[in-house]
Design a protein. Structure first.
Length: 338
């Protein structure tokens, strides 16, 4: 059975977000390791490599990605540049699709063939499939038509180049994708909002009885508002050995998406830990507000087994010593009585 794995957001869109001044690169990815970091590859690795970047035009130059402030009914045009930096002819499909935040916190786009229902449907790519000779480049024009009834706030899509192939040694289909994110903010009232759910905690005791164990806190954050969202999280524990973690920023969340977060902090315990998770959500972009912190309490059995074993061993040693002393005393008394 054929399978088409999708690349992670770092592989699909991340390089375009991290290097504003440089084009992003896609590499050949084996069927076994289809989800991997993006990097250029040499001819010895197959000779397949390409880059994408935003075009310099009236919309801007040196852009990290495509970002627009729009109003309902607006129509705008832009373009993406694709370059074959490898040593082999490069047949690429080009398409637009909805973007979302995966549960891991990475930005991803729908795979080709999965119907878009959001901003991906607003983007029309003018270029048919491309075939680029080594060293050849092409400009891929596209048009964005904002619906007249588009809701205010942030909408996300991606324009993607895709190279599909089948591993000769298996039936696994590999979809190597590289694209650039499209951020659209539709004029109107911004209403950032977040919901924290599924908060849980577990304790992992240390082998060293004098060392702190690990408290692992897991939770989910859903962006229930209409702007992109991030936030700062802190975890606080109470009682013996209690403390507070350093503030940690969570990944950016696209409206409608949910991420799953896991944090580890050192924790001392004598058997039970109580604490609280606090998240201060923040809207992303101009005009997006900081929200009131969302707090959720947790408690977990936290048995420091190695410490208990040591204490039992010490107690056993003390009891054994007391018994030996009492036995010796009884023998001494008995010998004197004789």
């Amino acid at each position: 059975m054929s399978r088409r794995p999708r690349l992670s957001a770092l592989a699909v869109l991340g390089a375009a977000l991290l290097s504003p001044a440089a084009p992003t690169a896609a590499s050949a990815v084996s069927a076994v390791s289809a989800v991997s970091a993006v990097s250029a590859v040499s001819a010895a690795e197959g000779g397949v490599a390409w880059t994408v970047q935003t075009a310099d035009n009236a919309q801007g130059s040196g852009r990290a990605n495509f970002t627009y402030d729009v109003a309902p009914g607006d129509v705008l045009s832009d373009a993406m540049i694709v370059v074959n930096t490898g040593t082999e002819p490069l047949p690429l499909a080009v398409y637009a699709a909805d973007a979302f935040t995966a549960s891991s916190g990475e930005i991803d786009v729908l795979v080709d063939g999965t119907p878009s229902r959001g901003a991906g449907t607003w983007v029309a790519v003018a270029s048919p499939p491309l075939t680029l000779a080594p060293g050849q480049s092409a400009e891929v024009p596209f048009t964005i038509t904002v619906p007249a009834d588009a809701r205010p706030g942030d909408h996300a899509a991606g324009i993607v180049t895709s190279l599909s192939s089948t591993d000769a040694s298996s039936t696994l289909s590999v979809d190597r994708r590289l694209g650039t994110r499209i951020n659209l903010r539709v004029a109107g009232e911004l209403a950032p909002a977040a919901a924290v759910a599924a908060v849980s905690a577990r304790y992992e005791a240390a082998w060293n009885p004098f060392a702190a164990g690990r408290l692992v806190v897991q939770y989910a954050v859903e962006n229930t508002g209409n702007t992109r969202l991030t936030g700062v999280e802190t975890i606080e524990t109470a009682g013996f050995g209690g403390g507070r973690s350093a503030p940690t920023r969570i990944s950016e969340i696209i409206p409608g998406s949910t991420i799953e977060v896991e944090r580890e902090i050192p924790a001392f315990s004598l058997g039970w830990i109580t604490g609280s998770l606090s998240l201060a959500p923040e809207g992303v972009g101009l005009g997006a507000a900081t929200l009131a912190p969302v707090t959720s309490d947790f408690s977990v059995a936290a048995v420091p087994w190695s410490l208990y074993v040591l204490l039992l061993a010490l107690l056993g040693g003390v009891l054994a010593a007391v018994l030996l002393v009492l036995r010796a005393r009884r023998r001494r008394v008995a010998s004197l009585a004789e």
